[in-house]
Ligand binder design. Structure first.
Ligand code: ADP
Ligand code: MG
Length: 447
């Protein structure tokens, strides 16, 4: 079969199989997969490395893909993989030395937050994959996924996952030494080791660990010496098939100020992001918390908190704690009204509603027209365009309906402002001159 035909079939299959995934996930995991050939009933999928094939298998995609190929090609086919990236082979199960090590573990059990466990990590599409790879790594360190690189904005569970790995490993054996460290602590420990002439001790702490969990790697940016040391430690651990997990607030290729060779190590393995939490996830986290702490909070109050605190789970938890503590200590019943008041300082204020009169003022001024001209019935282009700008701004800056907007501009029909809105929207998305004018007016209106 021709390559082009095969590619077409593959595109169709991708659409069916992966249609529910987030665009970032598709970009990360699906886009790099291509079809090499169909030969003797075998479809060869070309993937960067074995993480991709494992990912397809682990998520039950392979069977679906195979089935769809059979349907499209009308014959029984099998799927095999070919890899186009060389990565050091870690496939075989590594026997780790579980012997008792008399020295104190680098991180003792007490150091991991006992509530940061996998059980307490609630998932949706935004974080399921990150959790799954970490959980596998905790159970089979250094085998399936290594290294793991997790990136996400602040407050979305990176540290929680690293601690969950630590907790799980210690649950499997108390004798494991696990090197958990934040990158800024790494830098300061490294500097003090140099000052005290004790680099050997510093290094041996890492080299004797079965896992290195480095939190917030972005703190290595610009710290060349520390990066060099880290590179060295990374290589030793990796070569010895120890598990490495790194978290970051940005993607590897955005870690400007970290040496290329270090970044490329991160890209050897699995890269997983954590996206913004959905409303359902936020609500589920609150319910889980309430349950755990055996506190009854009415559902509508939980929904209110989840609806209003959207960006970051740490803030969501903060808001919840605040509400519960206030209600208990001051004996305030939990209703939407009381909670609204308690969360005054937590909820980002919505921008002030804009007054349509202000919009008319600013538009008239911008186009050097009088208000009378702007609101007149005359249809000349010189007046029509500014008027349409006004209607557009009214739509995006106020809660007015199309009918109300038309009325403010002296028009009877709601479709007038609707068409104006569509026209200007198109105009500013295709013409930077007009988008500049719009931005300038919005700024003035908001002042
Ligand atoms: P980060 O390290 O990414 O800044 P943290 O791991 O410190 O974020 O998470 C902030 C808080 O949110 C922690 O208390 C953590 O337990 C909680 N949290 C984050 N994600 C989840 C989740 N999916 N389920 C439950 N709690 C979560
Ligand atoms: Mg953190």
């Amino acid at each position: 079969m021709e390559q082009e035909k095969l590619n077409q079939i593959w595109s169709k299959i991708k659409e069916i199989v992966f249609n529910e995934l987030e665009p970032q996930t598709i970009e990360l995991w699906v886009s790099p997969i291509s079809i090499k050939e169909l030969k003797d009933n075998i479809i060869v999928l070309l993937v960067p490395n074995k993480y991709f094939s494992n990912w397809l298998i682990a998520n039950d995609y392979l069977e679906k893909i195979q089935q769809l190929f059979c349907e499209h090609i009308n014959q029984n086919i099998e799927i095999s993989f070919e890899y186009n990236q060389e990565i050091p082979d870690q496939q075989e199960f590594v026997k780790i030395d579980y012997e008792y090590i008399p020295e104190k573990a680098f991180i003792s059990k007490e150091s991991f937050n006992p509530s940061y466990t996998f059980e307490n990590f609630i998932t949706d599409e935004s974080n399921r994959f990150a959790k799954a790879v970490c959980e596998t790594a905790a159970k089979q360190p250094g085998t399936a996924y290594n290294p793991i690189f997790i990136y996400a904005p602040v407050g979305l569970g990176k540290t929680h996952l690293l601690h969950a790995v630590g907790n799980k490993m210690l649950e499997l054996s108390k004798k494991f030494r696990i090197a958990y460290i934040t990158a800024d602590k790494f830098v300061s420990d490294y500097i003090s080791a140099i000052q005290k002439n004790s680099l050997d001790i510093f290094r041996s702490k890492f080299q004797n660990a079965i896992a290195l969990l480095l939190d917030d790697v972005q703190f290595l940016i610009g710290k060349e010496k520390s990066q060099e040391e880290f590179f060295h430690i990374f290589n030793i651990l990796f070569d010895n098939k120890k598990q490495i997990i790194i978290t970051s607030d940005r993607k590897p290729n955005e870690l400007k100020g970290i040496e290329e060779r270090v970044v490329s190590r991160f890209e050897w393995g699995v890269i997983a992001d954590i996206g913004r939490p959905s409303f359902e996830l936020r609500l589920a986290i609150l319910k889980h918390k309430a349950n755990k702490q055996r506190i009854y909070v009415p559902e509508d109050v939980l929904r209110y908190i989840a609806e209003n605190i959207t960006e970051n789970i740490r803030r969501l938890e903060g808001a919840f704690l605040n509400v519960v503590t206030k209600s208990l200590t001051e004996n305030i019943p939990l209703t939407i009204d009381t909670v609204k008041e308690m969360l005054k300082n937590f909820i980002e204020p919505k921008p002030h509603p804009v007054d349509i009169k202000k919009i008319i003022d600013v538009v008239a001024e911008e186009f050097k027209l009088s208000q009378k001209e702007l609101l007149s019935k005359k249809r000349s282009e010189m007046l029509a365009l500014p008027r349409q700008f006004g209607m557009y701004l009214a739509k995006v800056l106020t809660d007015l309906s199309y009918a109300e907007i038309s009325e403010h501009f002296g028009r009877k029909d709601h479709t007038t402002s609707y068409h104006a809105y569509l026209k200007i929207k198109k105009l500013i998305s295709t013409n930077p001159y007009y988008s500049q004018i719009i931005n300038r007016m919005i700024e003035k209106i908001r002042q």
